[in-house]
Ligand binder design. Structure first.
Ligand code: PGA
Length: 254
């Protein structure tokens, strides 16, 4: 199975914007019924609109959340726990996105808690990892990715991680129109796989889906997917365009 995870971020802010996006998406999906047989399309709206998407999305599309609280319940003003996400239709959740690390103060320790609570509540965690431009320039990419994964999964058992997904998203490629060469993506995905093999049950580690994210669009998707071993993509800006979104799903299906 392949995956296209559409991260709408904080781009659709009003009810009108969300309903108009949904209406177009549903229309495009209806016209492309055959698209997505081999690819799960996961839409991640902002928290307040999860239940709206839950009501409107056809069964073959999936719903994801953009983040999750690091605690189960209690005095955590402003946070949204895993249970609430699941009860509002989410089946996937992004964890450790570079914007959550930067603005939300996510540490690898916190990310680990988020993974545990998500799994406990039936959500599929999508752990996002990636190096900064400075780390890349210093030749530290593999080291950084390795640390992010091993610290995030440090306390997570193979049973807990059974349905987990890793998204490699170099910070310098997000929102910039720069993407790594497919050779570079391949190199990082090998480093990810190696790290997983050291931490998890071997068979499970070999089967964990690895996605690429950062400036993916219709023109670049085939280039990105040239890197063997990839199971799909995580898309930001381009997911705001439903026609393009379905065209990318079709490219992944091929
Ligand atoms: P982008 O964002 O596709 O707009 O670069 C990707 C992401 O942040 O997940």
């Amino acid at each position: 199975m392949r995956y296209l995870i559409a991260n709408l971020k904080m781009n659709l802010i009003s009810y009108e914007e969300n309903i108009s996006y949904l209406t177009t998406l549903l229309d495009v999906a209806k016209r492309n019924r055959r698209v997505g047989v081999k690819t799960s399309l996961v839409i991640c709206p902002s928290f307040p609109f999860l239940s709206l998407f839950q009501k409107k999305l056809p069964k073959r599309l999936f719903l994801g959340a953009q983040d999750v609280a690091f605690s189960e319940r209690g005095a955590y003003t402003g946070y949204v726990p895993a249970r609430s996400l699941a009860d509002n239709g989410a089946s996937f959740v992004l964890i450790g996105h570079s914007e959550s690390r930067r603005y939300g103060g996510d540490t690898n320790e916190r990310i680990s808690e988020k993974i545990r609570l998500s799994v406990r509540n039936g959500l599929r965690p999508v752990l996002c990892v990636g190096e900064s431009a400075a780390e890349r320039a210093a030749g530290q990419t593999a080291l950084v990715i390795r640390r992010q994964i091993s610290e995030a999964l440090h306390d997570i058992s193979s049973e807990e991680w059974t349905r987990g997904i890793i998204a490699y998203e170099p910070c310098w490629a997000i929102g910039t129109d720069h993407i790594p060469r497919s050779d570079d993506i391949l190199e990082v995905s090998i480093a990810i796989r190696r790290t997983l093999v050291e931490i998890l049950d071997r068979t499970l580690a070999q089967s964990v889906p690895i996605l690429y994210g950062g400036s993916v669009n219709v023109e670049r998707i085939s280039e990105v997917c040239l890197a063997p071993g990839l199971s799909g993509v995580l898309v930001g800006r381009e997911s705001l365009l439903p026609e393009e979104l379905l065209a990318m799903v079709s490219a992944l299906d091929a």
